[in-house]
Write a new protein. Structure first.
Length: 318
């Protein structure tokens, strides 16, 4: 049968168009399937301090737990450590530049202004409970303070210089509560400094203190057994403001872990936590309660304080 040339050409063109459409559809579907299978890369800093400080291992395990719990909604992931030892201030800059995705630190107005917080208390306010590392030669000095009435004891402690990092959130908190603070000693030199000098103390988190003292060679460093500081403080995961999807994913995973009990199991069952809680002897300590003027209004200081008191009560009953 004779088919006019223009019609033949039209049929040929239609076939080619159909072929192209099918090819485009196939490629699009392949791309979508390929993309769906690609894990979300999540980078964090694994510097010297993260590797050598066992307490940081808890936050890495918690990050893994949050990501695992969120796979059902957000898909697979790949956690990628970056081996570099940098300060907290530098980590903030690196997140803003998109070079790392997440880190954990105590929240403050400035940090919430610079980054996007995942508003879930990672350590139940434990970071606001500060025990004191001291030089053993100062034992009598701190025993005398512990024997004073509470108000006088707090004033006496406030007059003794506390070692604290220049860019640590605790430094302005201590100063705003009229505590004497020395912040010009390098972070990795604080314990050697304390071991060589008397008349100082080094406030540390419960788990930090015991794991750090255990790893030190200086024999003059000890845990002061009766005094402690307490202020509302909360550690969050922080991500870039340009990465709200990761913040949503972490918050979803953390809340899911809280609801199914896996968060509490990790927090109280973590080996370093368990060891430190047993040694902290919280029921026998005098807690000096400080205000935290830097605590963001986006969080509830009252709820964090309640969380701290509940944790102290639970651990004291063991």
């Amino acid at each position: 049968m004779y088919i006019p040339y223009p019609l033949t050409r039209c049929l040929w063109f239609s076939c080619q168009l159909i072929k192209f459409s099918l090819l485009t559809f196939t490629l699009t579907m392949s791309t979508l399937i390929y993309s769906a299978e690609q894990p979300q890369i999540v980078t964090y800093v694994e510097g010297t301090k993260v590797v050598t400080d066992p307490y940081n291992n808890y936050f890495i395990e918690l990050l893994l737990l949050a990501l695992d719990q969120s796979v059902d909604k957000f898909g697979p992931y790949q956690l990628q450590p970056i081996e570099i030892d940098i300060s907290q201030k530098r980590q903030v800059r690196e997140i803003q530049k998109g070079r790392i995705d997440v880190f954990w630190t105590m929240t403050s107005y400035s940090r919430e202004a610079s980054l996007l917080p995942v508003k879930f208390p990672l350590a139940k306010g434990m970071y606001g409970l500060r025990l004191l590392a001291i030089n053993a030669n100062d034992t009598d000095l701190f025993n005398d303070i512990a024997g004073l009435p509470n108000v006088k004891a707090m004033k006496a402690l406030a007059a003794i210089p506390a070692l604290s990092g220049r860019d640590w959130p605790d430094t302005p908190i201590l100063r705003l509560n009229r505590f004497t603070v020395v912040s010009d000693v390098a972070e990795n030199k604080m314990y050697p400094y304390l071991s060589q000098k008397t008349g100082y103390y080094f406030p540390r988190g419960i788990v930090e203190l015991f794991s750090e003292l255990q790893s030190r060679e200086e024999k003059t460093l000890i845990n002061e057994p009766r005094l402690a500081l307490m202020y509302p403080a909360v550690i969050y995961f922080f991500v870039s403001k340009q990465n709200p999807q990761l913040a949503e994913r972490l918050e979803y995973g953390l809340n899911k872990a809280k609801n199914d009990g896996s968060f509490d199991r990790l927090f109280y069952g973590h080996p370093r936590h368990d060891m430190a809680f047993k040694r902290a002897n919280l029921s026998q300590r005098i807690f000096f309660k400080l205000k935290n003027p830097l605590f963001p209004k986006s969080a509830s200081a009252e709820s964090i304080t309640l969380m701290q008191e509940q944790m102290i009560k639970r651990l004291s009953e063991k």
